[in-house]
Design a protein around this ligand. Structure first.
Ligand SMILES: Nc1ncnc2c1ncn2[C@@H]1O[C@H](COP(=O)(O)OP(=O)(O)OP(=O)(O)O)[C@@H](O)[C@H]1O
Ligand SMILES: [Mg+2]
Length: 385
């Protein structure tokens, strides 16, 4: 097991710079997830750690030692790809054993490790099969098994679940979480899927156009996004980001005028904004409240109702044309065309400067504290609105 450290890592393909100097420490035994939009450089960064690409600048350290000039095989890493990359003519056993055999590992050691990995991944009955005789989920298990038998210091996963259908993804996600607990290694995991990122990660690194936007625990990023990019990226449906104007600033709060004429006083530090500035108000659909309990409301008209069973997402058009999504109970009585005032609670709202930077809160956000143990009463569904 080993920590991974990136210091000022840069990479260009030809004249196009794609990684612009990344500093990041991945701790020993940590599950680090890279998320970001397509083309932002996630795979490139993983390949740089693996040694499949050479950095143009900066240093990469694994287990405290610089590996800039160490070839992939000498880095103590194992990588799992979206495409599985299994050898079609070899059996599952041979696929898993191949890397070890190549490294002239003793036959009984190979056999022990392959059988142990197969047991962990519950593919013991499939060892004689060829990849074409397996389902997608089974193939990906073999690819993970092939990584496990090498006993790497660091596992690198590049979107390992994105070829699987939705139900299998969920099942495999849980298996990866379980596997991680069993083998307890340093893992770097790339995904597009923000649910995978939130549920698997110890920490998430959000990348955008070759730069790190923010690194933190899932709940930290969820409750304290540093900017509008991170705010809009994590959470589903995405955070509502609405144009608003600052009307008043004091030591305790920033007051903003909202679309529709309301005002809301948000307990953040003004840090560079003053009355008259354009700002962005951020409110997650899950944090909207009934109008009667709200610190401010956004009046509008429902234009789409999405019923997911347990909850309902109402899409509301405000008078100035901006759209807001609000989460309500599954059986809420609402239909397209209905007027609806979306309620905002000041202590769960976010405020961002005109260039997208979050205004800091005064104190730790109560929702970011570890959740209290769930009692049956607390776990009951909320009353419908
Ligand atoms: N071998 C290459 N030659 C030239 N450009 C490349 C090469 N590999 C990647 N790129 C470019 O580098 C940028 C980052 O690519 P990368 O594959 O790292 O993105 P990504 O975040 O993994 O995207 P996705 O989510 O679609 O997999 C992209 O603009 C891509 O076109
Ligand atoms: Mg990629």
């Amino acid at each position: 097991m080993a920590a991974v450290e990136l210091r000022g890592v840069r990479k260009a393909f030809g004249r196009t710079a794609v990684i612009h100097g990344i500093d990041l420490e991945i701790r020993d035994n940590e599950f680090m997830v890279f998320v970001g939009p397509s083309g932002c450089g996630k795979s490139t960064l993983l390949r740089l750690i693996a040694g499949l690409e050479d950095a143009d600048g900066g240093d990469i350290l694994i287990g405290g030692a610089e590996v800039n000039d160490v070839p992939p095989a000498g880095r103590g890493i194992a990588m799992v790809f979206q495409s599985y990359a299994l050898y079609p003519h070899m059996s599952v056993y041979e696929n898993m054993a191949f890397g070890l055999t190549l490294a002239r590992t003793a036959r009984h050691t190979v056999e022990d490790r392959v059988r142990a990995a197969a047991r962990t991944l519950r593919i013991e009955d499939l060892l004689h099969r060829k990849p074409r005789e397996l389902s997608g989920g089974q193939r990906q298990r073999v690819a993970i098994g092939r990584a496990i038998v090498r006993e790497p210091r660091v596992f690198l996963f590049d979107e390992p679940l994105s070829n699987l259908d939705a139900a299998l993804r969920v099942a495999m996600r849980i298996e990866i979480a379980e596997l991680r607990r069993q083998i307890g290694a340093t893992m770097v995991y790339v995904t597009h899927d923000q649910v995978e990122a939130m549920t698997l990660a110890d920490r998430i690194a959000v990348l955008n156009a070759g730069r790190l936007e923010q690194v933190g625990t899932p709940m930290d990023l969820y409750h304290h996004p540093a900017n509008t990019f991170v705010a809009g990226f994590l959470g589903s449906p995405r955070m509502n980001l609405l144009a608003a104007t600052v009307t008043d600033v004091n030591g305790a709060a920033v007051t903003a005028a909202l679309p529709g004429g309301g005002r809301v006083r948000i307990p953040v530090i003004a840090d560079g904004v003053s009355a008259g500035d354009g700002v962005t108000l951020g409110v997650r659909p899950q944090h909207t409240v009934p109008a009667g309990d709200a610190d401010a409301v956004l009046p509008g008209t429902v234009f789409v109702v999405e019923r997911l069973g347990a909850e309902t997402f109402c899409h509301v058009r405000l008078a100035d044309g901006q759209a807001v999504v609000t989460q309500a109970a599954g059986d809420v009585r609402v239909a397209a065309g209905d007027p609806l005032a979306v309620g905002i609670a000041a202590d769960t709202a976010h405020l961002f400067t005109g260039d997208g930077r979050a205004l800091p809160r005064h104190r730790r956000h109560p929702l970011a504290e570890p959740p209290a143990p769930v009692t049956p009463a607390a776990a009951a569904p909320p009353p419908s609105r």
